[in-house]
Design a protein around this ligand. Structure first.
Ligand SMILES: NC(=O)c1ccc[n+]([C@@H]2O[C@H](COP(=O)([O-])OP(=O)(O)OC[C@H]3O[C@@H](n4cnc5c(N)ncnc54)[C@H](OP(=O)(O)O)[C@@H]3O)[C@@H](O)[C@H]2O)c1
Length: 337
């Protein structure tokens, strides 16, 4: 199966490594032989129709930050849109940075790939948070699959768990801790009594938070994941504009202490029932959603089975790459059928 990697950062590179290290198992267990025919970053593209040498691409990117080390296979300045049009493949993996105003450049990449009749695996939340219903329609129209397991829960199979394992149940509402950075900060404030600024600085030092943490602590990342989960699992047609969003920036040490005195904790919770919202909420310390550190947790209130909660790591290169691989296996199965 020929694969183009659009975005060759943490997720793209982890996926390339995973495919390389698991090659035997993938062929033996799933009859799957992924061949990476192109990798594109923001500076250019490496292309080899019979498959790139993954080790060389990874080494080059690590050494110089570019794929120049590939020699003639590398074209500086070549864009992802050109590669999607010109290079034959079955699957495009889109993992460029998330952007929530226009969804670009990811939205353009996903649209172009679907129009070219390629299956798409997207880890970038932007295109889906902005235009998921239209993209699903475009995929159906072109008789290809659009998969996005890695957008919610990193390697934890949140979406497919709800879609496949809860079949036959009615899902009345969904609530989740969907952003590891915010959860780390709130957990730290609760367990160590530190201020928001101190907890944020620690998150930045550990690489959990960006220099500009607005996307995480402003609640936008949680809102993206809520939109994707609600649309996929409940069949809604939400975009991020439909979500009422309040982040954790105003939570003080005093709020945390007050909650604690009542046996509660404050968590940033994304919730969809009739409406979709993201806001800090007090929950009992014994509640299953009270996970610590960078963990994610999501609860499905179901009939007749009651509340079912899934907990796992919500991010990480290899964890997210494992979701991309699951999507690829599913595409292969659909192909075989
Ligand atoms: N990391 C995680 O744990 C995780 C988990 C779930 C979802 N995600 C999502 O997955 C996506 C990728 O995450 P990441 O951590 O891999 O990000 P990253 O390390 O910043 O990598 C982004 C990659 O996209 C490339 N890029 C930027 N603009 C481009 C363009 N116009 N055309 C082609 N390539 C372009 C960058 O090029 P350069 O290398 O040249 O800068 C880089 O290779 C993001 O949307 C993120 O939200 C990440």
């Amino acid at each position: 199966m020929r694969v183009i990697l659009v975005g060759f950062g943490v997720v793209g590179r982890s996926f390339a490594e995973l495919v390389e290290s698991e090659a035997r198992k993938l062929e033996r267990d799933y009859g799957l032989r992924p061949r990476i025919v192109a990798a594109v970053d923001h500076l250019g593209a490496a292309v080899a129709e019979d498959g790139l040498d993954v080790k060389t691409v990874l080494e080059s990117k690590k050494k110089s930050g570019t794929m120049e080390g590939l020699g003639q296979q590398y074209s500086a300045g070549k864009s992802a849109l050109d590669v999607i049009k010109e290079v034959e493949c079955e699957v495009v993996v889109e993992s460029t940075p998330t952007e929530l105003t226009s969804g670009e450049p990811g939205l353009g990449h996903v649209r172009a790939a679907l129009k070219e009749g390629r299956h798409v695996i997207c880890t970038n939340k932007g295109p889906l948070a902005i235009a998921m219903p239209a993209l699903m329609e475009l995929a159906n129209h072109n008789k290809v699959l659009l998969k996005f397991s890695g957008t919610v829960g990193g390697g934890t199979p949140v979406l497919d768990f709800a879609k496949k394992c809860l079949e036959g149940s009615k899902i009345r509402s969904i609530s989740g801790i969907l952003n590891g950075t915010s959860n780390f900060i709130l957990s730290k404030m609760t367990s160590e009594g530190v201020t928001m600024q101190a907890a944020l600085a620690e998150a930045q030092r550990l690489g959990y938070a960006e220099a500009d943490p607005t996307y995480d602590i402003g609640g936008f990342d949680t809102a993206c994941k809520l939109v994707i989960t609600s649309n996929y699992v409940l069949g809604t047609s939400l975009s991020i504009k439909d979500v009422r969003i309040k982040g954790i920036t105003e939570i003080s040490k005093k709020d945390i202490d007050e909650a604690k005195s009542k046996g509660s904790v404050i968590k940033l919770i994304g919730r969809v029932e009739k409406n979709a919202s993201v806001q800090p909420q007090e929950i009992p310390a014994t509640h299953p959603l009270n996970v610590s550190g960078t963990f994610n947790a999501i609860s499905f209130d179901t009939y007749p089975a009651g509340e079912i909660t899934l907990v796992g790591k919500g991010a990480g290169g290899m964890e997210t790459a494992s979701s991309v691989l699951r999507d690829l296996i599913e595409i292969r199965r659909a192909f075989a059928r």
